[in-house]
Design a protein around this ligand. Structure first.
Ligand SMILES: [Zn+2]
Length: 208
């Protein structure tokens, strides 16, 4: 297999990338200046060693501090974030989109998936053990006061929310923490990944 075919196959493993798009990427790279390609190669090289997962929110991040292993991402590490708020999202892209709006200053937890309706073992699909451990720790430190659900308005999103609420109530006890949900009024399919500042701010302010 030649280099362009090999590269095109590698691109096809990216989420949502089919054979045509993969080829388009390869042709793009063939046309690009060598300076760009060197930057790309260097960035990929760094990622090889430094791609880490935050042990608190489970976000993947690049860690340039080679050697002394950093365990928390910038957000979890920051002291200026409001640790009384914990916002639950499905995936990293949702968290990135919310961060871009600049209207939320609390902390996050990434579930890593959604629970399909009628699933027998939801605990194998989302990070529920990690979430309950996180809530326990935050309550012990007396910092957490509210958990905000920011999951998709779909059957999967609703099933996931119900399952987590049930688990939290059993394990944590509901009197210790408020559970709230982003307002759904603005659009039935509030797609966090593409949310704009105004929509998110309003959904956050009107959470209930
Ligand atoms: Zn983190």
């Amino acid at each position: 297999m030649n280099a362009t075919d090999r590269l095109s196959e590698l691109f096809m493993r990216f989420p949502g990338i089919g054979p045509k798009q993969a080829k388009r990427f390869v042709y793009f790279l063939l046309r690009e200046h060598s300076h760009y390609k060197e930057q790309l190669i260097k960035a990929l090289e760094e990622l090889k060693f430094t791609g880490k997962q935050c042990e608190r929110c489970f976000r993947f991040f690049g860690d340039k501090s080679n050697g002394n292993a950093k365990l928390l991402c910038d957000i979890c590490e920051s002291e200026s974030r409001d640790s009384s708020l914990l916002l639950i999202v499905e995936k990293e892209l949702d968290m990135d989109a919310i961060e871009k709006t600049g209207s939320y200053n609390g902390l996050y937890f990434i579930l890593g998936g959604l629970v399909p309706p009628l699933t027998e073992k939801p605990s194998e699909i989302i990070r529920i053990r990690e979430l309950t451990a996180r809530i326990h720790d935050s309550l012990k430190a007396e910092t957490l006061s509210e958990i905000i659900f920011a999951l998709p308005v779909t059957d999967y999103g609703d099933t996931t929310t119900e399952y987590i609420e049930k688990t939290i109530k059993q394990i944590v006890g509901i009197d210790k923490v408020t559970l709230s949900h982003l307002a759904r009024g603005l659009s039935s399919g509030l797609e966090l990944e593409y949310v704009d500042r105004a929509t998110f701010t309003s959904a956050l302010e009107r959470r209930s």
